[in-house]
Each structure stands twice: as structure tokens, then as C-alpha cells.
Design a protein around this ligand. Structure first.
Ligand SMILES: *Cc1c(COP(=O)(O)O)cnc(C)c1O
Length: 360
């Protein structure tokens, strides 16, 4: 077996012990004589997986009892629809347009109802964020939508606005469980799993009880948070394998020091790579404002597209994959999620210094 350092933005690296344990348990789960993916989702074994995964999210992330935890199929993209369908109810919401993902969420919201833009980063090509304190919401808004980390643009909110009684709804797909969160500000948090949590196909949704109470009653079953909450994420057959993998990732994360361990590792990894950018004398150039640099998705340019191609190809030969920037923006991107060993970031930073010295 040979494993490389996988810097892909998503699906992305998972902890090796998780993959190995899952492989060992795959055919005969817990001496049941069956794979977990062959058994009823209403049986004792899977019920325990469901319960345990929810409990571990609550414990590691510090989710208070005021918020309910759901696992829903369909990824974060389905949440772009479900949020406005459940929460707007003919009213309006406020939106921050901070990059590609925020714009996707916005374009779905305006198909459902009215969304007012309170920040648009278009003028500087979505490379910076305002002071959170400068975000003003309308007190009559159903919610303020934010994208905590723009996976493609590489920018990340470091602070949250004061929104009074207006709940923040936040897409945390690419930085969930890598930072602590003041839950009292958030009416709803959602995250597709395939960055920091597990395999693709499921979204984690954390919804405040009063927001849940206020959700629309007029939706078809699968689109209704109320239906899923009532069924404790077992209304229909859930993506059982994804949720089981999330449980294993959480067990692994607990051994790394839980959330505070994740925060520390995120700082170390990103510090090394931003250090390589800033220490290159301008050879590598970060297009994003320093005060909102993402700790999860680090983007940079080289002096030419030709050198970028060479960099990506030589890095791949040196065992570092997935460094090509998103097709919409070009350049290079290293996604350094929770499962990326600090040694992987170190290897990349060393490679960057070496490449700059040889190709400067
Ligand atoms: C990856 C990503 C999504 C989309 O997730 P899917 O699971 O593919 O629907 C949405 N928002 C952000 C911030 C992402 O990084």
C-alpha cells in the first residue's frame, strides 16, 4: 500500500486509521454476520450508530441542548433549497455574497423567495471580507445567510456579526469542526460531509429548536426539517455508510484532542503553508486579504501559468496530489482539512521553498 498526501478540496483526505478500521469491519460488522450496509436502519446496531454519531457531534463540537442535530442525504446543495423552503415562508432573508458557494446558495434562495444582499465581494473578485461588525441585517429578516469558509476562493470569516433576533444560517461545509462556534448566534448550521467529516452524500444540520418550531408545515416530507427532526434522522433510509464513517472520524478526532486539537492542527498546517508563501519574496502570491485567509483552503499563484503547471506536476511526482486550483479561478490550492497530517503541510511547505529556489 502506498498513500500520498491528498490536498483535494472534496471529496478529500480521511484519516488512515478510519479507512483501515472501516475496511476491517466492512464484511462482518460487530460479529453480526452482515455488513453494516446490509442491515436494517431500524435495527439495534444501526440505531446505536445513529445515536452515537449525534452524541459525538454534540460532545466534540459543544452543541448546546437548544440545538437539534440531523443527518440528511443530499449534501450541502440540498440545504441551499431546504433552508429557504423551510424558513422563508413568504418573508425575506439577508445574504452575504462571499464567493462561489455563497452565490450558489443565493441563487437557490431567490427561486424560493426574497433575498436581500447585505455584502457582495464582487468588486474585489471575492478576495476579502468586511468587518463582521459592519454587516447590518433587517430586523424583519427570517435569517442572515453566511458561508463561513469559501472553499474555492480561500477566504474565511473570523468573526460573526451581531444580528439581534435574526438567526444566522451558515454553510460550514469546509470548516466545520475546525473552529469553535458561538452557537447562540446560529439558527441553523449545515455542512456537506466530504470535507471535514466523512464521505460525500450526507449533510450535518444543526438547527435551533425555536427555528425548527417555526419551519413551514407545507412541504413534502423529505424537504421538511420538522419531519426529519421528528424521525431523529430516520424518517427514510439514511445514508448509513456515510454516517457510520462520520462516527469513526469523530472517534479518531477525539483521540487527536477533539475540537481544540483540531483548532491547533489547523493553525499549524496553515501557518506552515502561508509561511512558505510569505517567505518566498513574492514568488508565491496569495490573492486573498491577510485578515480573512482560510485555514482550510489555501490558494496561491506562481509567476506564470506555465510554472503553476510545472509546480502541480512535480508536486504530484513527489507524492502530493490535488493541488490544482478550482477550474473557475486557476492557480494552486491546498486543502488542509482535519485529516491532513501536519507532516503533510510540512512536506508541502518544504517542497514550495525548494521549487521556488530552483525555478525562481
Ligand atoms: C463542497 C461545498 C458545498 C457542496 O456540497 P455538496 O455536498 O457537494 O452538495 C457547499 N458549500 C461549501 C462551502 C462547500 O465547500
Amino acid at each position: 500500500m502506498s498513500r500520498i498526501y491528498n490536498f483535494s478540496a472534496g471529496p478529500s483526505i480521511l484519516p488512515l486509521p478510519v479507512l483501515e478500521e472501516a475496511a476491517a469491519e466492512f464484511v462482518d460488522y460487530g460479529k453480526s454476520g452482515m455488513s453494516l450496509i446490509e442491515m436494517s436502519h431500524r435495527g439495534k446496531i444501526y440505531s446505536e450508530v445513529n445515536e452515537k454519531t449525534i452524541e459525538m457531534i454534540r460532545k466534540i463540537f459543544g452543541v448546546p441542548d437548544t440545538h437539534k442535530i440531523l443527518f440528511l442525504g443530499g449534501g450541502a446543495t440540498l440545504q441551499f433549497s431546504m433552508v429557504p423552503m423551510n424558513l422563508l415562508k413568504g418573508g425575506k432573508c439577508d445574504f452575504t455574497l462571499t464567493g462561489s458557494w455563497a452565490k450558489k446558495a443565493y441563487s437557490d434562495a431567490v427561486k424560493v423567495g426574497t433575498a436581500n444582499v447585505v455584502f457582495d465581494g464582487k468588486a474585489d473578485n471575492y478576495s476579502s471580507l468586511p468587518d463582521a461588525a459592519d454587516i447590518n441585517v433587517d430586523s424583519g429578516s427570517a435569517y442572515l445567510h453566511m458561508t463561513s469558509n469559501e472553499t474555492i476562493g480561500g477566504i474565511q470569516w473570523k468573526d460573526w456579526p451581531d444580528t439581534g433576533n435574526v438567526p444566522i444560517v451558515c454553510d460550514m461545509s469546509s470548516d466545520i469542526l475546525s473552529r469553535s462556534v458561538p452557537f447562540e448566534k446560529f439558527g441553523l448550521i449545515y455542512a456537506g460531509a466530504q470535507k471535514n467529516l466523512g464521505p460525500a452524500g450526507v449533510a450535518l444540520v444543526i438547527i435551533r429548536e425555536d427555528v425548527l418550531e417555526s419551519c413551514s408545515e407545507d412541504l413534502t416530507a423529505y424537504l421538511s426539517y420538522k419531519v426529519h427532526a421528528k424521525g431523529n434522522s430516520l424518517y427514510n433510509t439514511p445514508p448509513v455508510f456515510c454516517i457510520y464513517m462520520i462516527m469513526k472520524v469523530l472517534e479518531w478526532l477525539e483521540k487527536q484532542g477533539g475540537l481544540s486539537g483540531a483548532v491547533k492542527m489547523a493553525e499549524e498546517r496553515s501557518g506552515m503553508i502561508y509561511g512558505a508563501i510569505d517567505g518566498s519574496g513574492g514568488y508565491y502570491r496569495s490573492p486573498v486579504a491577510k485578515d480573512c485567509r482560510s485555514l482550510m483552503n489555501i490558494v496561491w499563484r506562481l509567476p506564470s501559468e506555465e510554472l503553476e503547471k510545472k509546480f502541480i506536476s512535480e508536486a504530484a511526482s513527489a507524492g502530493m496530489a490535488g493541488l490544482k486550483g478550482h477550474r473557475s479561478v486557476g492557480g494552486c490550492r491546498a486543502s488542509v482539512y482535519n485529516a491532513m497530517p501536519v507532516a503533510g503541510a510540512k512536506a508541502l511547505a518544504d517542497f514550495m521553498a525548494d521549487f521556488a529556489a530552483k525555478n525562481g
